[in-house]
Write a protein that binds this ligand. Structure first.
Ligand SMILES: *[C@@H]1O[C@H](CO)[C@@H](O)[C@H](O)[C@H]1NC(C)=O
Ligand SMILES: *[C@@H]1O[C@H](CO)[C@@H](O)[C@H](O)[C@H]1NC(C)=O
Ligand SMILES: *[C@@H]1O[C@H](CO)[C@@H](O)[C@H](O)[C@H]1NC(C)=O
Ligand SMILES: *[C@@H]1O[C@H](CO)[C@@H](O)[C@H](O)[C@H]1NC(C)=O
Length: 624
């Protein structure tokens, strides 16, 4: 009898033990934080109160998903000063991100902090730390930013053991001595400018630009000026350069040079041809400029019968003054052909430009179409939605008239022209566009009832205003169209349940928006063609990388060159992953998404001084 209860008792015991362990972990995290904050004076009051829950109410603290451990500290610019005591933060042994940047912390950086085994990102820039930097670091470290401090001493060779390192920022300190040979495969950003380093730049680091090394008066070698022969380091590197070239070598060089020239000419020709080709095909990729080159491949008025002309229905608030005949006479240019139909840019006589969408596969009758359009016309009155100005319905022809958006689509901005000659799309702009789209979609979801959805959120449906605000287009078209006929539409953006049931809900819109955010963060298309036949979808790929805790690996390389944005990127990534949850009920609502994106900036902008941050404060932050 007694024996029979043993297993139950044991499992109960282990459950209790587990519970106690979790409890004690979070308790010890809380205690470590309280120790830290009581030892380090700060100008701004922190609401860290032992009576309130750490994970949900302490400012700057992030816990893991089940709320059992503290995984991130973000306290930028809260006026912390004095030194960090040893044995405080170091006790948070589940910590992944430590950000205490832009404070006035001084003294040594305790080595027990840099070696917390779970630590992935250290942001301590813009403080006044001094002394030598620690000699032991977490092997998981991918970002180390110690720039703008007063560190001295040499750079420890142990840095070359940090194989996960992506960003190493050490500029504006007083580091001295030679730079160790740091040959790290993942290192994308390296900056030791404005220190007191000397000697020659190791080969492994010569691939970094001049600005990574400037401001070290005794540093030499590419990309800086060559080391003078009197410098001992230079002599050891150069002593084997032959003084005289043999005749054979000269001939070899000449032949080599000639082949190189031919190769360059060929490459040039190839590039030109390729460019020409992509210009011509750019039309269907949502590229507005030059599209169609003024030709009129198809007349969008061909289905309009004489008697039905002048039945263009305008929406209230529209200031346009033209009729259908004007529209049909206008010079049109194909902007794109999608599964919804063809989109034209029409330039009317008096210089007005509109976009005309010619729908195919409309699956509803006239009455229903008109009622739906009334609703859509009202919903579209929002700064982040492309305004629908008018529509036309006849048996053979269904036209929608939209305002013309002069800038490109988000998709073209993200993916267009990758490679040489591309202008990088900076973080500020990406954040602004994403927030705009979120607001637009949130408006759609709240304005016309819980059944109203977008159904086709994707980067090519996000158009940009002149000042690069994101506007969502194609609002309210999905219910009009025959979804069966257009099932390949939006590949990669559809939630798993939509692929199965073909039913679009507001939660499936949230999923599509999450994919859009991931696309923005990674710079990758939603469906990755892989070496294997099965394409990998973006949410799955991101989840797999994040699970391996190589979080920084997922981000668009282009974003890695901006300073102080990685934390915001990680926060945005968390929002995106919440949106692409497999179970619809787990996804946030669009209103919540808007609030979360706004919060990325709220805490920081309260105490920032740089002009860039002030600007974003104006445009992004609203007190909820
Ligand atoms: C930074 O710390 C050094 C001493 O380590 C001190 O001399 C200097 O004044 C401090 N700078 C600022 C801006 O506080
Ligand atoms: C780097 O790691 C190797 C092996 O883990 C170790 O033997 C070596 O001492 C480390 N190098 C430094 C400079 O710590
Ligand atoms: C670099 O500076 C250190 C002192 O900081 C000095 O000992 C060393 O000789 C210098 N090396 C070269 C190559 O100038
Ligand atoms: C290194 O930092 C300096 C100072 O912040 C900056 O001017 C420079 O552009 C940076 N270099 C690179 C390659 O990012």
């Amino acid at each position: 009898m007694k024996l029979r209860f043993m297993p139950v008792a044991t499992s109960l015991f282990f459950l209790l033990l587990k519970f106690l362990l979790i409890f004690s972990d979070l308790n010890s995290d809380r205690q470590a934080l309280l120790d830290f904050v009581s030892a380090v004076p700060h100008q701004r009051k922190l609401n860290w109160d032992s009576a309130t829950p750490v994970c949900t109410s302490w400012v700057g603290i992030t816990c893991n998903e089940d709320g059992t451990r503290v995984v991130a500290i973000h306290l930028p610019g809260v006026g912390l000063y004095g030194s960090i005591p040893a044995n405080s933060i170091a006790k948070l042994d589940a910590l992944r991100i430590l950000s205490l940047r832009s404070n006035q912390l001084s003294g040594h950086l305790p080595s027990d902090i840099s070696s917390i085994p779970s630590l992935q990102s250290i942001y301590l820039q813009d403080n006044n730390f001094s002394g030598v930097i620690p000699f032991s670091f977490s092997s998981k470290l991918s970002i180390l930013d110690l720039s703008f401090n007063s560190f001295t001493g040499s750079l420890p060779p142990v840095l070359s053991n940090l194989t996960r390192l992506i960003i190493l920022n050490l500029q504006f300190n007083s580091f001295s001595g030679a730079i160790p040979d740091i040959n790290l495969p993942r290192l994308k950003l390296f900056n030791v400018s404005n220190n007191k380093l000397n000697g020659s730049i190791p080969n492994s680091l010569q691939k970094f630009p001049l600005f990574s090394f400037k401001g070290n008066s005794f540093l030499c070698g590419p990309p800086l000026t060559n080391c003078s022969p009197s410098s001992s380091a230079a002599i050891t590197q150069k002593h084997n350069v032959p003084k005289k070239l043999a005749a054979g070598t000269i001939i070899a060089i000449a032949i080599g040079g000639f082949s190189l020239l031919i190769l360059l000419v060929l490459m040039f020709l190839f590039c030109c041809l390729k460019k020409k080709y992509s210009d011509a095909s750019g039309v269907s990729k949502g590229k507005v400029t030059n599209g169609g080159r003024g030709e009129k491949p198809e007349d969008f008025g061909s289905g309009v019968q004489g008697a039905e002309k002048n039945k263009l229905v305008f929406f209230g608030g529209s200031t346009y003054n033209f009729d259908l005949e004007d529209l049909l006479r206008a010079s049109a240019e194909v902007l794109g052909k999608g599964s919804y139909g063809t989109t034209y840019k029409a330039i009317l006589d008096e210089g007005t430009t509109v976009v005309v969408k010619r729908l195919k596969e409309v699956a509803v009758g006239k009455k229903e179409f008109e009622q739906h359009m009334e609703l859509v016309g009202k919903v579209c009155l929002h700064p982040n939605i492309v305004p629908l100005r008018a529509y036309y319905y006849s048996k053979d022809e269904k036209l929608l008239v939209y305002e013309y958006m002069p800038a490109n689509s988000f998709s073209a901005l993200l993916h267009g022209n990758r490679g040489i000659g591309r202008t990088a799309l900076d973080w500020e702009t990406r954040l602004k566009i994403s927030l705009g789209v979120a607001r637009g979609v949130a408006h759609i979801h709240s304005d016309a009832g819980a059944k109203f959805t977008h159904g086709n959120i994707k980067a090519s449906n996000v158009l940009l205003t002149r000042d690069l605000d994101g506007c969502i287009s194609d609002v309210g078209l999905t219910p009009l169209l025959n979804l069966l006929a257009t099932k390949s539409r939006g590949a990669g953006y559809h939630a798993p349940e939509v692929i199965e049931t073909r039913k679009i809900t507001q939660k499936s819109d949230v999923y599509s928006f999450g994919v859009l955010l991931l696309e923005m963060l990674t710079g990758k298309a939603p469906l990755q063609s892989s070496a294997h036949d099965e394409p990998v979808d973006l949410p799955r790929w991101v989840r797999s990388v994040v699970r391996e805790e190589w979080t920084a690996e997922v981000f668009d390389e282009e974003l890695m060159s901006y300073q102080n944005v990685e934390e915001e990127m990680v926060q945005m990534l968390q929002i995106a992953l919440a949106c692409v949850a497999k179970v619809p009920e787990m996804r946030p609502t669009m209103d919540e998404v808007v609030r979360m994106i706004q919060q990325i900036r709220e805490f920081e902008s309260e105490n920032h001084t740089s002009s860039q941050d002030d600007k974003s404060k104006d445009s992004n932050v609203q007190t909820p």
